[in-house]
Design a protein around this ligand. Structure first.
Ligand SMILES: [Zn+2]
Length: 231
């Protein structure tokens, strides 16, 4: 195994063999070709490898490493083994990404411009995040879009039901990027900020409804805070 590190030392590549060893290389190549031709089931590639190995023996006087090196060697692994390893690596990387991705995120990029509180003589059942037209709106958590379209007062809206039954609502969008029935992940871009419906400027109106679309509307700030998200 030790000699494997010296299979192709600089300046001694087999195609650069000096004239004195060229005859030996040629003989070895022919021997390899003969093996390939005679041995049933021995492929041309194997024959070539045999020829190459023989030529290295002729050049260095030592036997080369076996063509198949299981691990850490400098040999060759088959295409099937390579495919298996690539598949394993991709699966591991996917699992890692899934493990590390956030489960809850801030649904918008803007600044808090309205609280879950009374204003202008009525109660405001969500929080507003003021942001320029076209700013991103993200799904706060994993879930399924149970409504996406127009709604009274909201202009356009999206409602996402989460695993525990709670529903997050996003209103006044300029553009919706998901449709009803679609699965979404925390942080997925689902819409762009607008000022549709009852609105005085571009912002995201964000609500949380406990246990379903018709559930009690609560202050989203502690709900998000309990999930590690600050508004
Ligand atoms: Zn609002």
């Amino acid at each position: 195994m030790f000699v494997a590190r010296h299979r192709n030392p600089p300046g001694r590549h087999r195609t650069m063999a000096p004239p004195s060893t060229k005859a030996a290389w040629l003989a070895a190549s022919m021997a390899g070709a003969a093996v390939a031709a005679v041995g049933s089931g021995v492929s041309t590639t194997a024959g070539t490898a045999t020829a190459a190995s023989a030529s290295e023996t002729a050049l260095t006087g030592v036997s080369p490493a076996p063509a198949e090196a299981p691990d850490g060697g400098q040999g060759v692994i088959s295409a099937a083994i390579a495919r298996d390893r690539v598949t394993t690596i991709i699966a591991a990387s996917r699992a890692k990404r899934e493990e590390l991705r956030p489960r809850w995120v801030r649904p918008g990029t803007g600044v808090l411009s309205s609280c879950f509180c009374s204003r202008w003589g009525t109660f405001h059942y969500g929080v507003d995040l003021a942001a320029p037209y076209g700013s991103p709106i993200y799904a706060a958590g994993d879930g399924v879009v149970i409504e996406a379209g127009t709604a009274q007062g909201f202009g356009e809206w999206i409602a996402v039901q989460h695993a525990n039954g709670d529903v997050s609502v996003y209103g006044h969008e300029y553009k919706l990027l998901v449709h009803t029935g679609e699965r979404v992940q925390a942080g997925q871009l689902i819409a762009l900020v607008g000022s549709e419906g009852e609105s005085t400027g571009p912002h995201l109106h964000f609500e949380v409804r406990i246990g379903g679309i018709d559930g009690q509307r609560i202050d989203p700030i502690p709900w998000l805070s309990a999930r590690g998200v600050a508004i």
